[in-house]
Design a protein around this ligand. Sequence first.
Ligand SMILES: Cc1cc2nc3c(=O)[nH]c(=O)nc-3n(C[C@H](O)[C@H](O)[C@H](O)COP(=O)(O)OP(=O)(O)OC[C@H]3O[C@@H](n4cnc5c(N)ncnc54)[C@H](O)[C@@H]3O)c2cc1C
Ligand code: SF4
Ligand code: SF4
Length: 434
Amino acid sequence: MSESTQIEVMKQHLIDPEICIRCNSCEEACPIDAITHDANNYVVKPDVCMACQACLPVCPTGAIDNWIRVLAQEPYPIDEQFEWMSLPVEKTLPENAVEIPTGGRREGEQEALAAASTPDGGVVGELKPGDELIEGQPATTAGSSVPPWSAAHPYVNLYTHKNVAEATVAGNYRISADNAESDIHHIVLDFESLPFPVLEGQSIAVFPPGLDARGRPYYARQYSIASPRDGERPGYNNLSLTVKRVTSDYDGNPVAGVCSSYLCDLRRGDKVRVIGPLGATFLMPNLDRANLLMICTGTGAAPMRAMTERCRRLTKRSEFQGRLMLFFGARTQHELPYFGPLMGLPKGFIDINLALSREPDHPKRHVQDLIVERASDVLTLLQDPNTHIYVCGLKGMEHGTLAAMKNIVEASGQSWQELSAGLREQGRMHFETY
Ligand SMILES: Cc1cc2nc3c(=O)[nH]c(=O)nc-3n(C[C@H](O)[C@H](O)[C@H](O)COP(=O)(O)OP(=O)(O)OC[C@H]3O[C@@H](n4cnc5c(N)ncnc54)[C@H](O)[C@@H]3O)c2cc1C
Ligand code: SF4
Ligand code: SF4
């Protein structure tokens, strides 16, 4: 066949809409904005994706690792991908077709991207933590794409959408005060004899029952685990979640969140369909001398509770000597999940800093303000190679938190660029925001 009539095929990078839980991690990780979404689906732009694979390790479900052979001139456009309920089956292609490299139509750019990827295919390294703040890049990329070296090995994706686990509700309690605006629940799920091993910092995804507006089953929503590895009740095969009922959308319009409403209304004995465990990097060090610097807002308290409770149980057995420092933001103390139990923890065990933004008769404070107020203690922790940083909660807290740490480090005459690069490379700085 002459070159002019040669038929080219390529592997098109696609997201499986049945498995995707719409967590947005891939869109944040893609260095060239090849991923976008609408109300239905997350999709990959065929003319932009360079197949660098930086999005693969951040996907908690594996939904993004799909490469279907298509005619190079006829990739599936994103408008079509937005409408999909499931992945298309690969079409039969001409036998004499020549396969071209994915994204190979722009080879120079592909090389540049490959250079920007971390060796493990992780989040691209060309974004420098300090620069991200200035250039408005997603702050999440400042976090580690690897776990702490001492972390226990997690099990991930034991249960998937094809192999869903069933848990029984063992308890569901409102943990925000009766007069608080936020309706936050502590929900205990029991797996009985079903193997569901988890570590602090992992999450699960829950399928709400029912169908969406297009008549397809709702996709699963992700929730951080709030209990330590040995269970909400030690020695039992259960875990807890901290769920806030969504009552308005991001623009403030009233809306009843599908999955959060379902979870908050569950009763003891109800069955819940779950996939997971999810997450292999937001893990705590497994070391008795580790320090944890924990920064959270709202339900971002869930993994912090899991880690704190793990350390508390270890301390009781004299198996932990590290320092815990917590910065916790909420509008009022009534809206702080776990306020009572948190205040009951010994001062020598955990250094608690509450940033309340709407507490009457109190100055308005956000977590970043408190971090700056505690600059010298934060600096001591940041300089200690045994310190690990965890940030969880509202997306908006990422930049402020990073900026506060950057200011503290630079005010001491040190390079934030160097320090934060080390933290990231050593799996010691983790973000989980939503
Ligand atoms: C890694 C990860 C961990 C998470 N951990 C937790 C957790 O521990 N506890 C918890 O409560 N949630 C957690 N979430 C958020 C959770 O997955 C759901 O997004 C949330 O419960 C809303 O789902 P829904 O079905 O109720 O709302 P939907 O029906 O999906 O959304 C309803 C409307 O509200 C908007 N919306 C969605 N979420 C929010 C929000 N948080 N605030 C304001 N508007 C919103 C949507 O854009 C939509 O317009 C986590 C998310 C991720 C990615
Ligand atoms: S493979 Fe690379 S370019 Fe393509 S969507 Fe993933 S991160 Fe973006
Ligand atoms: S589940 Fe995977 S494919 Fe879906 S939005 Fe999250 S990272 Fe992207």
